[in-house]
Design a protein around this ligand. Structure first.
Ligand code: ACO
Length: 333
C-alpha cells in the first residue's frame, strides 16, 4: 500500500510591511487594541502588480527545489485560496503550474478559506493512497488585501498576504506517512464569515448598491467562540483517535488567526510554549497560506527536523475546520 509523506515546505512573503500604527492612520484603531485582541503586530501586503499566482509560484518553486523530486514527476497540483487571480477560471493551480514549468499535470483549486491547507493535505493523501497520483504539489496562496474592506476596522486589521507550498509524495514506509487528517464543515454558520456578493447568487445591480459587499465580512466575536469550541474538540479527537499524547507532538502548528484562539486551544491540550508555532505577530491571518508559512518558518529557523511530528489545526469561512498529524519526512539524500 502507498502512504503519503510530506517531503518539503516552501513559502513566500511579500516585501511591504503594514504595521498596526500604519493601520491606525487608516481606521479608528490602535496598536494596543490590535495586539491585545489578536496578537498581531504587522502583516505583509503584496505589491499592486504582484499576483496571488506569483506568490504561489515562488513558494512552489522553493518547495519543489527542497523536495529533491523532479518537476516532471509532479502529477497533481492543488491550490487552496479564497483570493485567486481570476474569479472561477482559470484556476490558480493551473496558472501556478504553468508559471513554474509543470506540464501535463492535473490541477485545480479548492475553497475552504482558512482551513484550505488542511483540506488540500487530505486531497493529496487520498490521491496518493488510492494509487492515482504519486507526487503532489499543494499550495496555499492568498492576496487577501485585494478582498479586504480597508474601511472596516473589524476585519482589515486581521489579514495579510503570502503563500506556502509543500510536496507530498508516495512512500511504502509507514513511519514517514501522514498519520491522519480530519476535515469538517457546517454551512449553518455560513453567515459568520463571507463575501456576500460577487457570485452568481447576486444580481449585477446589487454590486453597485452595496459598496464593499464583494469584500470579506465577519461576525468576529461569534466566529471566535465557535472557533475555540470546534478546534478544541477536533484536536482532542484526532489525538485520541490515533493514541497520540500531546507531549509527543514536537510542533503544534495552528492556523494563525488570533493569538487568543491559539492559546485557548493550546492550553486545552496542555501544550508547552516551545511546542506552539507562532507567526501571527508578523504575518497576521493569511488564510489558506498561514499553516505552510508557519511550517516554513520553523524549517528555515532550523527547528523542524526530519521525523518531527506536527499537529496542524485550522478554522475558517464556510464554516470549515480541520486538523492533521503530519511527520516531517524529507527524502534522505
Ligand atoms: N480597533 C478598535 N476597536 C475595535 C476594532 C478595532 N480594530 N474592531 C472592533 N472594535 C470594537 C468594536 O466596535 C466593539 O466596540 P463596542 O464594544 O463599543 O461595540 C469592541 O471593539 C469589541 O468588539 P468585538 O468584535 O467583540 O471584539 P473581539 O474581542 O471579539 O475581537 C476579533 C475582534 C479580533 C475580530 C476577534 O473576534 C477574532 O479574532 N475573531 C475570530 C477571527 C477568526 O478566527 N476568523 C476565522 C478565520 S478567517 C477566514 O476564514 C478568512
Amino acid at each position: 500500500m502507498a502512504y503519503a509523506a510530506l517531503r518539503s515546505i516552501g513559502a513566500y512573503v511579500p516585501q511591504k510591511v503594514l504595521t498596526n500604527d500604519d493601520l491606525s492612520q487608516m481606521v479608528d484603531t490602535s496598536d494596543e487594541w490590535i495586539y491585545k485582541r489578536t496578537g498581531i503586530k504587522e502583516r505583509r501586503i503584496a505589491a499592486d502588480n504582484e499576483r496571488n499566482s506569483d506568490m504561489g509560484a515562488a513558494a512552489a518553486e522553493l518547495a519543489l527545489e527542497r523536495s529533491g523530486i523532479a518537476k516532471e514527476d509532479i502529477d497533481l497540483v492543488v491550490c487552496a485560496t479564497i483570493s485567486p487571480d481570476y474569479f472561477n477560471m482559470p484556476s490558480n493551480a493551473t496558472i501556478i503550474a504553468t508559471k513554474i514549468g509543470l506540464k501535463n499535470v492535473t490541477s485545480f483549486d479548492i475553497s475552504a478559506a482558512c482551513t484550505g491547507f488542511v483540506y488540500i493535505l487530505s486531497i493529496a493523501k487520498a490521491f496518493i493512497e488510492s494509487g492515482m497520483k504519486k507526487n503532489v504539489l499543494i499550495i496555499g496562496s492568498e492576496k487577501l488585501s485585494a478582498i479586504t474592506d480597508w474601511t472596516d476596522r473589524g476585519t482589515c486589521i486581521l489579514f495579510g498576504d503570502g503563500a506556502g507550498a509543500a510536496v507530498i509524495s508516495a512512500t511504502e514506509n509507514k513511519a514517514e506517512a501522514i498519520v491522519d487528517v480530519h476535515t469538517g464543515a457546517d454551512g449553518e454558520y455560513a453567515d459568520l464569515l463571507m463575501t456576500p456578493n460577487g457570485g452568481s447568487g447576486s444580481a449585477h445591480d446589487d454590486l453597485d448598491k452595496e459598496a464593499g459587499s464583494c469584500f470579506m465580512q465577519m461576525k468576529g466575536n461569534e466566529t471566535f467562540k465557535v472557533a475555540v469550541r470546534t478546534l478544541t474538540k477536533d484536536v482532542k479527537e484526532i489525538l485520541a483517535d490515533n493514541n497520540i499524547e500531546s507531549d509527543s507532538i514536537k510542533h503544534f502548528v495552528p492556523h494563525q488567526a488570533n493569538y487568543r484562539i491559539i492559546k485557548a486551544v493550546g492550553d486545552a491540550l496542555k501544550m508547552k510554549e516551545e511546542q506552539v508555532v507562532l507567526t501571527v505577530h508578523k504575518y497576521g491571518n493569511t488564510s489558506g497560506a498561514s499553516i505552510p508559512m508557519a511550517i516554513n518558518d520553523i524549517y528555515e529557523s532550523g527547528r523542524l527536523q526530519a521525523g518531527d511530528m506536527m499537529l496542524l489545526d485550522a478554522f475558517g469561512g464556510g464554516l470549515t475546520w480541520g486538523s492533521a498529524l503530519v511527520p516531517f519526512s524529507p527524502l534522505q539524500k
